[in-house]
Design a protein around this ligand. Structure first.
Ligand SMILES: [Zn+2]
Length: 217
């Protein structure tokens, strides 16, 4: 007979399989995370993260969590729903905060002091879960006490955001016409689209009709 956990996972997996897929534009998880809120001037605003479970599904798609961690956290969020809701509030706050910091970096201006103070508050949580270890190849940062922690995917993202903001050259961060941020690593630095297959082709098909209309006498 199927146990409770296996039965739960089966149902949860069905929900995951039938949901709208997340657009994963932005090249790296930190930007893909920011881009889960779509801020287009032309197509309007859409937030792909409305619940903790949305965040978890997204984190799984972005490979921020592995399958075993994902399964475990799905069950944890089901069992500890109020805690999951509290973590979700932090997810949304961290997403706004990281967005503001990344935009500051791309524009070459310092962020508001309150934004960096807020990032530090999130980062405090991360610091409590990282210890230094060392092997024959050198020193490593290692996560500790993260098992069953609903905020673990968020902590990983905050750590990635810190690395990104410390090492990334802001001139490579660009904004697509759809509002998404992406990294332009093209040789000539003229990449225009977060995703050439969607935003790029939508633009070029509009442009094609516009030019064709002009040609009709
Ligand atoms: Zn785009």
């Amino acid at each position: 007979m199927e146990d409770k956990y296996t039965g739960f996972l089966k149902g949860r997996r069905e929900l995951y399989a039938n949901r709208d897929k997340f657009p994963m534009d932005g090249d790296i998880p930190v930007l893909q995370f920011i881009n889960t809120i779509h801020r287009s001037d032309t197509d309007g605003r859409r937030d792909y993260l409305e619940t903790y479970d949305d965040f978890l599904d997204w984190a799984y798609d972005a490979k921020v969590v592995e399958e075993a961690e994902y399964n475990n956290l799905c069950f944890e969020s089901y069992c500890y729903f109020p805690e999951a809701e509290k973590v979700f509030e932090k997810v949304i706050d961290a997403r706004n905060c990281i967005n503001d910091l990344v935009v500051s970096l791309s524009e070459g201006v310092a962020p508001y002091p309150g934004t960096i103070t807020n990032f530090n508050t999130h980062f405090e949580e991360v610091k409590k879960r990282i210890v230094l270890n060392m092997n024959g190849y050198g020193m490593l940062e290692v996560w500790v006490g993260t098992k069953d922690q609903l905020a673990f995917p968020l902590w990983r993202l905050i750590k990635s955001a810190q690395n990104f903001l410390m090492t990334m050259d802001g001139q490579f961060i660009k904004k697509c016409k759809c509002g998404n941020l992406f990294i332009d690593r093209s040789k000539n630095g003229k990449r225009r689209w977060c995703n050439p297959a969607t935003c790029g082709s939508a633009y070029w098909s509009k442009e094609y009709y516009r030019r064709r209309k002009k040609c009709v006498v």
